[in-house]
Design a protein around this ligand. Structure first.
Ligand SMILES: [Zn+2]
Length: 266
């Protein structure tokens, strides 16, 4: 399967780090990259407050949309009020997953109305913390959403009227095949991260496509194979990688305390 690289910018809202938002626009303009912007309709997450509310924020978003950037609704308030991991995440925290259908439907509908009020009409969604469940998917469909930027398969698949565009790993994914979504959380970026990003862009330039292109690309992989692919990945993340991880944490603590590694105890 051909390797394809997509960019996604998470946590976009009027109180975000405006300086970094400008810097990423300059960088993406330089390399003609058209990412997906994950906009939080009504942010209530204090961790996303980096400065003054930008009064030109919504105007900027409309300009970027005209330039070919794609827009998604990224949650509604970005506040985790449920301890549920959902279908694909390994972390038990969510804004949606675990809540009943009606609650999720109403929340999504409020978010959509807020975006509409700013002149934004999108049918792409992704949940904070990669956490969504079957009720989220149903509620999204009923609210007119047709794409989710998430899932752990190598290629897109369509299920319950929604196309899932995978987002397998955190950080820079060096996988040799499949669809790779690089999620950037630019609010906390310093010089070092911007340099890393530019290095990655230069090394992967030939495989980067505009996010809008993946929405219309014909899916050639089998849906059932992709669902199995996702299940295996989630199983690995939840049962193997996480099971191994506490062992490494103990080792790390031991090193920090100045102890020797077990294999150096001779
Ligand atoms: Zn987020």
């Amino acid at each position: 399967m051909r390797r394809t690289v997509l960019f996604r910018l998470d946590d976009i809202c009027p109180s975000m780090n405006a300086q970094n938002f400008q810097r990423i626009q300059d960088l993406f303009h330089k390399y003609d990259i058209k990412p997906l912007l994950g906009i939080v309709p009504e942010n209530k997450d204090e961790k996303l407050n980096y400065g003054e509310m930008d009064s030109d924020f919504w105007k900027t978003i409309k300009i970027l949309e005209k330039e070919g950037w794609s827009l998604a609704m990224h949650g509604v308030n970005h506040v985790y009020d449920s301890k549920d991991a959902g279908l694909v995440s390994g972390r038990k925290k969510s804004e949606f997953s675990g809540h009943g259908y009606n609650k999720q439907y109403n929340k999504i509908s409020i978010g959509k109305k807020i975006l509409n009020g700013h002149g934004i009409d999108t049918n792409i969604f992704f949940a904070p913390g990669h956490s969504y469940d079957t009720n989220t998917i149903k509620a999204l469909y009923k609210n007119g959403f047709r794409f989710i930027s998430d899932g752990r398969s190598h290629d897109c698949y369509e299920k319950d009227g929604i196309r899932f565009i995978p987002c397998r790993k955190y950080g820079y994914d060096s996988s040799s095949s499949g669809i790779i979504t690089i999620c950037l959380h630019i609010n906390s970026y310093s010089e070092k991260e911007f340099v890393e990003l530019e290095t990655f862009i230069l090394a992967n330039k030939a495989e980067i496509i505009a996010y809008s292109e993946i929405l219309k690309r014909e899916i050639k992989s089998s849906k059932y194979l992709m669902l199995l692919d996702e299940k295996l990945y989630v199983f690995y993340e939840r049962n193997i990688r996480y099971a191994v991880s506490p062992y490494y944490q103990r080792l790390k603590k031991r090193i920090e305390r100045g102890g020797k590694m077990p294999w150096k105890n001779r």
